[in-house]
Design a protein around this ligand. Structure first.
Ligand SMILES: Nc1ncnc2c1ncn2[C@@H]1O[C@H](COP(=O)(O)OP(=O)(O)OP(=O)(O)O)[C@@H](O)[C@H]1O
Length: 334
């Protein structure tokens, strides 16, 4: 269990500054997700918290104590990586207990802790198997189990699901969320996948180009994005963004409209569009329609609908749900 505080944290590699003035407080027991595009600095930030990278300037406090110079071991933090890095010649139980046996923990205690972690992760039937005899999802659970046995005060997870296929990813996502609820340990989770961030996080930290763009709950970010970047990054399918004269008609440099806030086939359309693609997902239908001079719009409709490719449709935004941004990408009051 741990509180964490980052104050004016910077990170440079030589002359290149990859993290700029990071200020963040994480409460005990929170599930916080760092999300952002490739290269935005999320792994570097996580590795600095773990003690695997130096902090160039600023303060890292864990439970109030300045911790910049502590070794990873002194921080009592467990880290789970994308690659499972299990020992192939050891059984699941041996892999999970290995770090404790290095610390000369008594065998009975190792066994008790391994059993408790195996129970939490539903790994009991697999304890005598070798990693080669496990699925990707099971291996990732063993890697998480190896972290749990050490009862760390903070869990750091760096893209732990990216080697799994889509079905296993969503299953393991739920398992990690359940595990967090049971352990109530502070967890920081890095992903570039905004769906993972939205579904798992208590709070999301959106990073872009080494800076924090916004910190908030998933719904705060979705409903009130603090920048055009956050608006376009959070949400699937992506928000429609229009600029130029079409946006200035709404008193903004850029206008954002979420696909589910578009109305199609209205009597008094704002734009005439041609249908270019229809994705039928069963529970909803995604229509892509091009407006000459403005661009391609995405429209998300509940349920099943038929549209002919090439058909002309009238589009309009739900005016009360429009997001307006100025030239710097900052929101104009809604
Ligand atoms: N050892 C290093 N030396 C120099 N630059 C580095 C080093 N490690 C990372 N960087 C740079 O720091 C920036 C942030 O990298 P980081 O790995 O934290 O990004 P990320 O957001 O985790 O990206 P990804 O999702 O692709 O893993 C990148 O521009 C990267 O090239």
């Amino acid at each position: 269990m741990a509180n964490l505080e980052l104050k004016n944290v910077h990170k440079s590699y030589g002359a290149v500054e990859v993290l700029k003035d990071i200020n963040l407080s994480i409460r005990d027991g929170e599930f916080v997700v760092f999300v952002g595009p490739s290269g935005c600095g999320k792994s570097t930030l996580l590795r600095m918290i773990a003690g695997l990278e130096d902090i160039t300037s600023g303060e890292l406090r864990i439970d109030g104590a300045l911790s910049n110079k502590l070794t990873p071991k002194q921080r009592n933090i467990a880290m789970v990586f994308q690659s499972y890095a299990l020992y192939p010649q050891m059984t699941v139980a041996e892999n999970m207990g290995f770090s404790l046996s290095l610390e000369k923990t008594p065998k009975a205690e190792i066994s008790r802790k391994v059993m408790a972690a195996a129970e939490a992760l539903k790994l009991e039937p697999l304890l005598e198997r070798k990693p080669g005899q496990l699925s990707g999802g099971q291996r990732q659970r063993v890697a998480i189990g190896r972290a749990i046995v050490r009862s760390p005060r903070l869990f750091l997870l760096d893209e732990p699901l990216s080697n799994l296929d889509a079905a296993l990813r969503s299953e393991t996502r739920v398992e990690i969320s359940e595990l967090h609820q049971r352990l109530a340990t502070t967890m920081i989770y890095v992903t570039h996948d905004q769906v993972e961030a939205m579904t798992m996080a208590d709070r999301i930290v959106v990073l872009n180009g080494g800076r924090i763009e916004q910190v908030g709950s998933p719904m705060e970010l979705y409903n009130n994005p603090a920048s055009e970047f956050v608006a376009s990054f959070i949400g699937s399918p992506k928000m429609n963004l229009i600029s130029g004269g079409a946006a200035r008609a709404f008193g903004a440099e850029t206008v954002g409209i979420r696909p589910e806030h578009m109305i199609i086939n209205v009597d008094d359309p704002t734009w005439q569009a041609k249908v270019t693609l229809v994705e039928r997902l069963g529970h909803n239908t995604i229509v892509y329609a091009r407006v000459p001079e403005i661009g391609l719009f995405t429209v998300s409709l509940d349920g099943q609908h038929d549209f002919d490719l090439g058909a002309t449709v009238g589009l309009a935004p739900r005016v009360d749900r429009i997001h307006r941004f100025d030239a710097a990408g900052a929101p104009i009051g809604r």
